[in-house]
Design a protein around this ligand. Structure first.
Ligand code: BO1
Ligand code: ZN
Length: 254
């Protein structure tokens, strides 16, 4: 069902009951409320360097800019089970509105990247997507820096090729690790959901403390290039932070 959009998020609940659940995402991360858990295991990624692998498909699916990932990319430590990558995508605002999904002390960052993984005990992401232990999404905030981020040019240099809804293009493979913050040591962890319909409460969320920066020009390319249906600009594709309903946010750092 591809009929939802970001303009009336309250209407998501009528067609997708899970969107009204008590473990929804994104959330505001109130740093004074998080619980330091020294036993949270460090995250270890494997197979993220795709250099020399086949080309990757980059797609404008009408809701986001998405890069399909091979399930040879995996999270091998940090969770009770192994999680395999499926795709990564972005959420953003516009020049005036910062568009990260998660907020820190009620402050949005300009954009956010999500690397979506599924539990290797399931046959596919489709089967995992509705299971309580089905998904692990790694989220990182994207801010503005003085320099162009060369790693993001792998994606942003060809964004014009996917300006129309449902278009895709092939890009050379690269080291996907370089799209994430330099250090993955500090992160927040909580149980939540897909941030879009069908809002399944199947996501073990990790939001990194360290941020990524891209240049103002690179961020503008993300904010201004893509179109959704009816030739509308694809922007402000972020969901409002959801109520915790008693959930706790853990932090890997004091
Ligand atoms: S997010 O990371 O919470 N923004 C998020 C939101 C929606 C999905 C994934 C992550 N949707 C799922 C679909 C699956 C699909 C999968 C991979 O994305 O529920 O059907 O296979 O594209
Ligand atoms: Zn997302």
């Amino acid at each position: 069902s591809n009929h939802w959009d970001y303009h009336n998020q309250r209407s998501w609940l009528s067609a997708f009951t899970d969107c009204g659940g008590k473990s929804q995402s994104p959330i505001d991360i109130a740093t004074r409320e998080v619980i330091y858990d020294p036993r949270l295991p460090a995250i270890k990624l494997d197979g993220y360097d795709l250099s020399g692998h086949p080309e990757l498909t980059l797609q404008n699916n009408g809701h986001t800019l998405q890069l399909q990932l091979p399930n040879t990319m995996r999270i091998v430590k940090g969770f009770d089970q192994v999680y395999l990558a499926a795709q990564l995508h972005f959420h953003w605002g516009n020049t005036e509105v910062p568009g990260s999904e998660h907020t820190i002390d009620n402050v949005h960052f300009p954009a956010e990247v999500h690397v979506v993984h599924y539990n290797s005990k399931y046959a596919s992401i489709k089967e995992a997507a509705s299971e309580p232990d089905g998904l692990a999404v790694l989220g990182a905030f994207i801010g503005i820096g003085l320099h162009e981020n060369e790693n993001y040019e792998n994606i942003l240099s060809v964004i014009k090729d996917v300006s129309t809804e449902e278009s895709d293009t092939k890009i050379p493979s690269f080291n996907v690790r370089h799209l994430l913050p330099n250090s993955l040591e500090k992160f927040y962890r909580y149980t939540g959901s897909l941030t879009t319909p069908p809002c399944y409460q199947s996501v073990n969320w990790t939001v990194f403390n360290d941020t990524i920066t891209v240049s103002r020009k690179q961020l503008a390319a993300l904010e201004e290039t893509l179109k959704a249906g009816h030739n509308q600009r694809l922007s402000q594709n972020f969901r409002t932070p959801q109520n915790l309903h008693g959930r706790h946010v853990l932090a890997s750092f004091p």
